[in-house]
Design a protein around this ligand. Structure first.
Ligand SMILES: CC(C)(COP(=O)(O)OP(=O)(O)OC[C@H]1O[C@@H](n2cnc3c(N)ncnc32)[C@H](O)[C@@H]1OP(=O)(O)O)[C@@H](O)C(=O)NCCC(=O)NCCS
Length: 332
């Protein structure tokens, strides 16, 4: 099988690393100025680690965005919470400091492209990235990202697939961290010298088994979708398919989770409706542009109009990351 495109990207990411990596693979020790972190993949049997990660997630994100711990454990095992096989290979990487405390976690999964138009291709969905406030801006999540990419390439390879793109639902405050590993927000041309960001809505994560619709406490959330194409030009077909893959993996429950067929149908319909709104906006407008924060600043300076998807900028997720370093207390 041809070389995974990730292996062209990983050396570039490593070139800009602030750390010395001891070990060639995803699990390694990273060291900088005498400070060491152990990078390890998480196993579901490691109850203490899974619990520590769940707590970190609950402290960091709004409730609707975090799955219950049983769902997390099953996913690490490659299963859904009902015991059936998951369609994605979900992986979690953690960096522990010398005292053994988790300072950073990065999670995501390799999943086959949802439609037949891209046979043999897989995507990586970046799920969560968290670094404790006291360890932010030290380049640690970047190291976990590098490990995750190596792992996703190996997972894709073992299933005979080519990992062709990366996508994730991102908070507004983390944009520059993901820009630094190659992921960018997605825009379409909506007028002469005018670009508008795609309007992505993350479907609810919890559903009423009687009606198939989201439970009262589980609303949907606007998010910035950020993508990276590992080879070739960005295209709308793959973006739409990657969103479908995300929805199938994260937001679609199996038939046997619901009490009857009508509830299941209503559930599938609910997710499909959100996706079609996203697709219509993308397909009805002009060419795609992937734009980093710095690229948009440049375009604006040159007179372009950029329409941002501000519904996805949530105050409770902390201030937007700025290009200039600030006091740690302001960052979260
Ligand atoms: C987003 C987050 C995970 C980044 O973790 P981190 O370990 O601080 O990130 P890194 O230090 O590895 O960042 C890599 C690069 O990203 C950019 N970056 C990261 N944080 C930045 C900041 N506050 N301001 C500007 N650039 C930043 C920089 O280019 C940085 O390298 P540099 O410091 O040498 O310039 C962390 O800020 C966090 O936990 N935020 C809260 C939770 C969250 O929103 N997670 C994202 C969910 S999608």
């Amino acid at each position: 099988m041809a070389l995974q495109p990730v292996w062209k990207m990983v050396p570039d990411l490593m070139k800009n690393s602030k750390y010395q990596r001891e070990g060639q693979g995803p699990e390694c020790t990273v060291e900088r100025d005498g400070k060491k972190y152990e990078i390890r993949m998480v196993h579901s049997t490691d109850e203490k680690t899974v619990q520590e990660i769940q707590e970190l997630m609950e402290e960091t994100f709004v409730k609707e965005e975090v799955d219950p711990i049983e769902v997390l454990k099953a996913a690490i095992d490659g299963r859904l919470f009902d015991g059936s096989k998951d369609i994605a290979r979900y992986r979690l990487y953690v960096a522990r400091d010398e005292a053994g405390k988790i300072q950073s976690v990065y999670t995501g999964g390799m999943v086959g492209m949802a439609v037949a138009a891209f046979p043999g291709e897989a995507m990586f969905m970046g799920a969560y990235g968290i670094t404790r406030p006291e360890s932010q801006r030290q380049g640690i999540v970047r190291e976990l990202y590098i490990s995750s990419m190596m792992q996703a390439a190996a997972d894709a390879h073992s299933q005979g697939k080519k990992l062709s793109m990366i996508a994730g639902e991102c908070t507004w405050s983390s944009e520059r961290a993901w820009n630094s590993v190659g992921r960018r927000r997605v825009y379409v041309q909506t007028g002469p010298n005018e670009y508008s960001e795609l309007r992505y809505v993350q479907p609810a994560l919890n559903f009423d088994v009687k009606t198939g619709l989201p439970t009262e406490d589980a609303g949907e959330a606007s998010e910035h979708i950020m993508v990276d194409f590992l080879e070739g030009e960005p295209d709308k077909g793959r973006i739409s398919t990657s969103v479908e893959s995300i929805h199938k993996w994260c937001n679609t429950w199996p038939r046997n989770a619901f009490e009857n067929q009508a509830a299941y149908d209503a559930h599938v319909q609910y997710v499909a409706h959100l996706r079609s709104e996203f697709n219509i906006f993308m397909l009805m407008n002009g060419p795609l542009r992937l734009l980093s924060a710095a690229e948009r600043d440049q375009l604006r300076a040159e007179g372009a109009t950029i329409n941002e998807y501000t519904e996805a900028d949530r105050e409770e997720e902390g201030p937007e990351i700025s290009a200039s370093p600030r006091g740690r207390s302001e960052e979260l």
